[in-house]
Structure formats: structure tokens, C-alpha cells
Ligand binder design. Structure first.
Ligand SMILES: [Ca+2]
Ligand SMILES: [Ca+2]
Ligand SMILES: [Ca+2]
Length: 330
């Protein structure tokens, strides 16, 4: 074999090994609500703007970096994408998302998904929510919730008012001295979405020990990362945010996570979802060939779930979480 032929064969074998990355490629948007870890996870520095803050989030959570971004109080969100569309494989969970929950500290966030319908590479198309267990288990979920945060001055508690007549503060505490309002964003700051019923209990009776119960399934930062099934999501759960009508999505291009609880737990402060990574559970699945098969509204979900909301057929034994990193099978 001559050297040129050997070289070309090597190139062919490299190109056939090229495959989609299962990890987040980049963060598109980071719009947190106020909170005690805002401006520190990631750190705001003078001159930072929305673009540079999103880039800092990319450095923290893309490519299995395994560090953590804080979304702040209710409504705060992050949007990210992979280097390929995420395919909805029938009968299987499609997406795993890492938070930093431990048992008794569920700071649950809702997942939204979107297709780049106008094909401009930006997350500016219709959004759908992945319906979690509270939609079934509770009559106290608020859909169409809207909340506005207002900065009252530097280093003061941040005021909020909602569309139900409620109001309160994201209160400061002695452990975190920086500004709690996201410095690069303008006040007032309004969010809309779904509000989950409060999950916190002061089990001590004197405010010293708070427990935040996990919901059964379907939320980020709700179970420890080692519970791979509990941290996984099926695109078959997609619904229209207000009507909760099920929508069949054969793939999505963008994923968003937002803090779904509006509660403050004494000295531990406001509840805020954290995210520290995500993986596509089947990065080499084939995209649907027909454009007609995309986003057909329907009223019936195709997959059957058990009482815990888990697909009766799933394929999640292939990876583990160790030292904050996701370990994929060889
Ligand atoms: Ca699926
Ligand atoms: Ca958390
Ligand atoms: Ca778009």
C-alpha cells in the first residue's frame, strides 16, 4: 500500500467516526430572576452583557464541563442547544438534564422545547412545555402565571408582584453580599409561565430545617443526578403551555429550563433551579425524513408510562454520573 492510499484510508476512517456530540454545544440565552447566587454563578464583571453572560454559561455547562448555573427565583431561565436536532425516539426518554438536587432539596424547574421553524438558528419560535407529574397530581398548579421583579435600589431586597395580586420580596441574607438583581438586565423584569405548588416544609417548626419535597417526575433539579431516570425527559410530554394540549414533536432544536417555584424558605432563601449539564440520550438517532411529520398536534400521547411517569420502554442504563461528569458507555 502506498503512503497516499494509506493516508486517504485514514481520513475516511476518521470521517466515518465523526458523530453528534451528546453534550450541550452552547447556551443561547441566560435570563435569570433575582437571587442570592445571581451575579456569582456565573460571575458578572463590569462590561458584561447578555451575550457575554450566555458565553460564560456555555463555559460552565456545555461539553460536559459539569459546573453549575443558577437560574434565580421563579421564572429565571436558560436556553441551550446541541450540535444537532434532538430526536424524539418513540418509547424512549430523549434527554437527561443535570441539576444539583439532593434528597430533601428539590428546587424544581420546568423544561421547555422548541423547533427552529423559521430556520434562522435562533430560539425565537413557538415554545412547548414538557408536562411533569404536578399536572396530574395537583390542582394547585398555576398556568399563565406572570411575575414582575423590580429593583428598589442597589443592594436592597428585590420586590415582586404577580398577576394574581400577590407580592413579596426576594430578600437578602448575610451569606451573599453581592447585588441579587441580574446586573446586566433592566428593571423591571417580567417572566411568564407555569408555577408549581410550593414544596417546602419547615420540619423543625422553628425555621431551622427546611425540606423541599421532590415531585414524582418531569422536572430539573428535582432528583439527585445519579437518579438518571428521574432526571430524564421524554419529548412525548410536550404540551402547549396554556391549554396543556399534547403536541407531538418528532425533534426539537432548543431546550429551555426555568425555575418553577415561587417560594422563600427562611434563612436558606429563595428557591432557585440550578443546571449543570445535559445529554441527548440517543445522539445518532436519525432525523425524520418527511417535513410533514414535524409538529403534528394530537390529543393522544403515543407512549405508555408507568405510575412514576417513566416510559415503559426506556434505555437509560448506558451512562452514569461520577464526580459531576457524565460517563458515557464505551
Ligand atoms: Ca421519546
Ligand atoms: Ca438546586
Ligand atoms: Ca428560529
Amino acid at each position: 500500500m502506498n503512503r497516499i492510499l494509506a493516508l486517504s484510508l485514514t481520513l475516511v476512517s476518521i470521517s466515518t467516526q465523526a458523530q453528534n456530540s451528546p453534550f450541550i454545544m452552547a447556551v443561547d440565552e441566560y435570563v435569570p430572576a433575582p437571587g442570592q447566587f445571581i451575579n456569582t454563578m456565573p460571575a458578572f464583571e463590569n462590561g458584561d452583557d447578555a451575550e457575554s453572560m450566555a458565553r460564560k454559561c456555555t463555559e460552565l455547562i456545555a461539553n460536559n464541563a459539569g459546573l453549575t448555573v443558577c437560574l434565580g427565583a421563579w421564572g429565571g431561565y436558560i436556553t441551550f442547544h446541541f450540535d444537532h436536532p434532538l430526536v424524539n425516539v418513540a418509547g424512549h426518554m430523549d434527554l437527561y438534564i443535570k441539576g444539583n438536587a439532593h434528597v430533601g432539596n428539590a428546587e424544581s424547574g420546568i423544561v421547555m422545547v422548541s423547533q427552529d421553524v423559521n430556520d434562522n438558528g435562533l430560539p425565537d419560535d413557538a415554545w412547548y412545555e414538557l408536562s411533569g407529574s404536578a399536572d396530574i397530581d395537583s390542582s394547585n398548579v398555576v398556568y399563565g402565571y406572570e411575575l414582575t421583579y423590580e429593583m428598589l435600589g442597589d443592594s436592597l431586597d428585590v420586590a415582586w408582584k404577580d398577576n394574581l395580586g400577590g407580592e413579596g420580596y426576594v430578600t437578602r441574607n448575610p451569606f451573599h453580599e453581592q447585588e441579587y438583581f441580574p446586573t446586566w438586565l433592566k428593571s423591571p423584569l417580567t417572566f411568564s409561565g407555569t408555577r408549581l405548588p410550593n414544596n417546602a416544609h419547615d420540619t423543625s417548626g422553628n425555621g431551622s430545617y427546611w425540606v423541599l419535597d421532590a415531585y414524582r417526575y418531569g422536572y430539573v433539579d428535582n432528583f439527585p443526578n445519579t437518579d438518571t431516570l428521574g432526571c430524564s425527559f421524554d419529548l412525548d410530554w410536550a404540551v402547549r403551555p396554556l391549554t396543556r394540549e399534547a403536541v407531538y414533536l418528532s425533534y426539537v432544536d432548543f431546550v429551555r429550563v426555568y425555575t418553577a417555584l415561587n417560594q422563600t424558605c427562611g434563612w436558606i432563601g429563595e428557591t432557585s433551579t440550578e443546571i449543570s449539564g445535559s445529554i441527548d440520550l440517543h445522539p445518532d438517532a436519525e432525523l425524520p425524513s418527511s417535513i410533514e411529520s414535524i409538529s403534528l398536534p394530537c390529543n393522544v400521547r403515543n407512549t405508555t408510562f408507568d405510575i412514576f411517569g417513566r416510559s415503559l420502554s426506556n434505555n437509560l442504563s448506558g451512562f452514569a454520573v461520577k464526580d459531576g461528569k457524565i460517563i458515557l458507555p464505551r
